[in-house]
Design a binder for this molecule. Structure first.
Ligand code: HEM
Length: 441
């Protein structure tokens, strides 16, 4: 594959690794220029390779790739971007807040926000699924973790959040980066966008300080914890840096999962009605955490949406020493990209991978599947801390929405782009109708 094609393929984070696999195999070393200018990159697309890269717990593969270095520079350290050593104790500190048992306390709010949103959509008649699911997930995050009813702000916060993250991704992809002090237009746009998000986060921190009764668990955890590295309490600035990670890792990802699920169901009436019937069978009352056990097919639909459209299309690391990945030796200093989208669409691993088929995730058909061929939440120690939160939210939201309304997708495609996570590349129009038996809200 010529150099220019390699660079272009790597910019298409979702389908690029597939092209590289087809040209070079499951572990392909891609050179992007002379070593002194660009570190080599290994693209890994086999379950065994993914296991080797993500599964270890000794820091042999670390978040030292340029994306994370830039993210630390512009956003400051947080759970998502820090390297192995400081990460170990920080993850231990935060983990209790994100267990399956603990996130259950957010269920009522998640269901309520979804049901109210659906009723509003029905009144509007036609909506953009991308925009509306972003608004929904931002409200859930705000109310659950930050103790903040973002209301109208929920919509206003998304664009600056994405602009700021995009700036860092773009910089990471540039072969030569302008010094960070140089007052470029891009840097100005970044600062303006970051200020908007910072102000909202700061409001949440102040509100939690002023009102100890406020439901802002994640923020309160930082008030009460000492930083394992400095041994000191987290400053407001350090808390803000951490909260950034939860906003950008928890917002787009869950929104796109919901938007994709609703789009796919809006094109397949039979699957949609099966989901609607499953939640309708639970009665008219608002859904609760215990209901999830009675929504197995809805969960299968979400798993299939995450297979077709994994928001984290690739996972990136750097090899910190010489290592062997799926039988291939990779030298220290190599950037390593695990192609999650490529794994999820590999025809040797999945029959008819381009077809949306929730039955793949039935207990029978899932039995014996290699755990490393399906990685929507990553794998190994740095797996998503918000996985239970996201699955609870997506399940309750999808079930609450589809027993309230019927959706019909007005576009044949779900356009995908990967500015950082994989998101809808444009509006996803849908016609929404209230179900006649829907619960009034
Ligand atoms: C469907 C929704 C979601 C998907 C697909 C997703 C996916 C992922 C993936 C693949 C990773 C691992 C990244 C890596 O290995 O480099 C990750 C990490 C992370 N996610 Fe999620 N995520 C989702 C929702 C959430 C939510 C709702 C939150 C917060 C409430 C969250 C917070 C985080 C954080 C903080 C990390 C870094 C964890 C660490 O390094 O210890 N995510 N996510």
């Amino acid at each position: 594959m010529p150099l220019i094609a390699r660079v272009k393929a790597l910019r298409r984070l979702h389908t690029g690794p597939e092209e590289i696999r087809d040209a070079g195999g499951p572990v392909t070393l891609v050179r992007l220029g002379p070593r002194r200018l660009a570190a080599p990159m290994a693209v890994v697309t086999s379950p065994q390779g993914a296991h080797n890269v993500l599964g270890g717990s000794d820091g042999s593969f670390d978040k030292e790739m340029i994306t994370f270095v830039e993210a630390r520079k512009w956003f400051g350290d947080n759970l998502f971007n820090i390297t192995h050593e400081p990460w170990l104790s920080r993850r231990r500190t935060m983990q209790p807040l994100f267990t399956k048992k603990h996130v259950a306390i957010y269920a009522d709010r998640m269901a309520d926000i979804a049901q109210t949103s659906a009723a509003t959509w029905a009144k509007a008649g036609s909506i953009d699924l991308d925009k509306e699911t972003r608004r929904l997930t931002m409200r859930v995050l705000g109310q659950s973790l930050f103790g903040l009813d973002l209301g109208a702000q929920a919509e206003a916060l998304g664009p600056p959040l994405n602009r700021a993250v995009q700036f860092v991704t773009d910089r990471s992809l540039q072969p030569v980066r302008a010094p960070s002090w140089l007052p470029t237009f891009a840097r100005h746009r970044f600062r303006t966008a970051k200020d908007v998000v910072d102000r909202t986060i700061d409001d949440a921190i102040t509100a939690a300080q002023d009102d100890p009764g406020r439901n802002a668990e994640l923020i309160r955890l930082f008030f009460e914890t000492t930083d394992s590295v400095t041994g000191k309490r987290f400053t407001d600035r350090a808390i803000r840096q951490e909260l950034w990670a939860f906003l950008f890792a928890g917002h787009d990802t869950t929104a796109t999962t919901l938007a994709y699920s609703l789009w796919a169901l809006g094109r397949d009436g039979a699957i949609q009605e099966r989901v609607a019937a499953e939640s309708a069978a639970l009665g008219d009352r608002p859904l609760q955490v215990d209901d999830v056990a009675h929504l197995p097919y809805t969960v299968q639909v979400i798993h299939e949406a995450l297979r077709m459209c994994p928001p984290a299309a690739v996972l990136a690391r750097m090899a910190m020493r010489d290592v062997v990945v799926d039988g291939y030796r990779i030298p220290a200093g190599t950037n390593v990209v695990v192609g999650v989208y490529a794994l999820h669409h590999d025809p040797t691993l999945w029959g008819d991978p381009g077809r949306f088929d929730p039955e793949r995730f039935s207990p029978d058909r899932s039995a014996g599947r290699n755990r490393w061929q399906y990685l929507p939440f990553g794998g190994g120690p740095r797996t998503c801390i918000g996985d239970h939160f996201a699955m609870l939210e997506a399940t309750l939201a999808l079930a609450s929405i589809l027993r309230t309304v019927q959706t019909e997708s007005l576009s044949v495609d779900f356009p995908l782009v990967t500015p950082f996570t994989m998101v809808a590349g444009g509006p996803v129009p849908a016609r929404i109708r209230a179900r006649t038996s829907a619960t009034p809200t």
